[in-house]
Write a protein that binds this ligand. Structure first.
Ligand SMILES: [Zn+2]
Length: 350
């Protein structure tokens, strides 16, 4: 018994004398480990006389519990001291740079389309859509470009080998070369009066510095009983001024499109040199931005509209070109690369 009391005192003293968690653990191993001094006594209980066994076991277990509690208490004291020391020395440096965390941005083409939709919504135009896989009728014939018409050759068209029957004829399927197909679908679906814009992808078999096989157009169409060329001019003036956030000067040049009569190409005063003449506008002071005109009566008829009752105007423009002009982007391919630097600079915040 004396032995156990001495052992316990020695153990508690050793716990008290330990200087850190490591030396404390050494004390634990020495007394309570697998071959520790207290553990060893418990292992030999079986060899004792039965009358001694109970008292030795009881006192040894008490010693074990007391030393275990002492070690645990000492350990917590060491951990608390460590934490206090850490808090005392640690400083929060508010001048450290933030961890870079970049959100993605909306692609400038998507942002531009949304902006145009917003502008035209204020002018009473709703958004219409049509399929990108189209047939010759809607892409050409209904737009007053019959099969033998030379304008068909101007569009470097991606044709499918498939045909579909339409109006009792086999119509070859193709990737639409212009958003103008939406005009016909919208007229047939909704009739007149009508005010729509149709943003979307179009495809032409053409690829160089200024052309890509896929690009975006926005088509506009307005039909009513008393629409004139003046309305077209007014709508374009408002739309282009709002888009470029300045009072842009427009120039209308007579032009030919099969689906309009009369047709016009519309230039804006160069946004880079304000009309003085620069490399971008080839010293002319003007930049071409879109094609427009009064809707040809054959197109109205194809859409099921009576040209004696309704007239209208239409316009079409390239979204990439308009975006490049607005933001001074000079390489079309950057829209497709979508490099992070480009997106961070020209993209729109989400
Ligand atoms: Zn210029």
């Amino acid at each position: 018994m004396q032995n156990i009391e001495q052992l316990k005192s020695a153990a508690l003293q050793a716990v008290e004398n330990s200087t850190d968690i490591k030396s404390l653990d050494e004390v634990r191993v020495q007394f309570l480990g697998k071959n520790g001094e207290i553990t060893s006594i418990l292992k030999t209980l079986g060899k004792l006389a039965p009358e001694d066994r109970k008292t030795v076991a009881q006192s040894t277990n008490e010693a074990k519990n007391e030393v275990t509690d002492a070690i645990e208490a000492k350990k917590q004291a060491f951990e608390l001291a460590q934490l206090e020391e850490k808090l005392a020395t640690e400083k929060l440096d508010l001048t450290l740079p933030e961890t870079p965390y970049k959100l993605g941005k909306r692609h400038p083409i998507s942002a531009c389309i949304e902006e145009l939709e917003t502008i035209f919504a204020r002018l009473g135009f709703s958004v219409a859509a049509a399929n990108e896989i189209e047939n010759e009728h809607f892409n050409f014939t209904a737009l007053n470009i019959p099969a033998e018409h030379p304008a068909r050759q101007d569009h470097d068209t991606f044709y499918f080998n498939d045909f579909e029957e339409f109006n009792g004829e086999q119509q070859r399927k193709l990737l639409r070369t212009q958003t103008s197909n939406t005009q016909i679908h919208a007229m047939q679906a909704k009739g007149a009066p009508l005010r729509i814009i149709a943003p979307g992808r179009v495809y032409r078999c053409d690829s160089d510095l200024t052309h890509t096989p896929q690009f975006h157009q926005i088509e506009g169409l307005a039909l009513d009983k008393d629409l004139t060329f003046s309305h077209l001019k007014g709508v374009l003036q408002v739309f282009l001024s709002q888009f470029f956030e300045r009072d842009v000067k427009l120039r209308f040049r007579p032009s030919y499109f099969p689906f309009t009569e009369p047709g016009t190409e519309v230039d804006i005063e160069c946004v880079f040199c304000e009309g003085k003449g620069c490399r971008v506008c080839k010293q002319t002071g003007f930049i071409e931005v879109l094609g427009a005109g009064m809707v040809h009566e054959n197109v109205l008829k194809a859409g099921g509209i009576n040209p004696e009752e309704y007239q209208g105007f239409a316009f079409g423009l390239g979204v990439e070109r308009l975006t490049m002009l607005k933001y001074g982007i000079n390489d079309l391919r950057m829209f497709f690369d979508s490099q992070n630097e480009f997106m961070q600079h020209f993209g729109k915040n989400l």
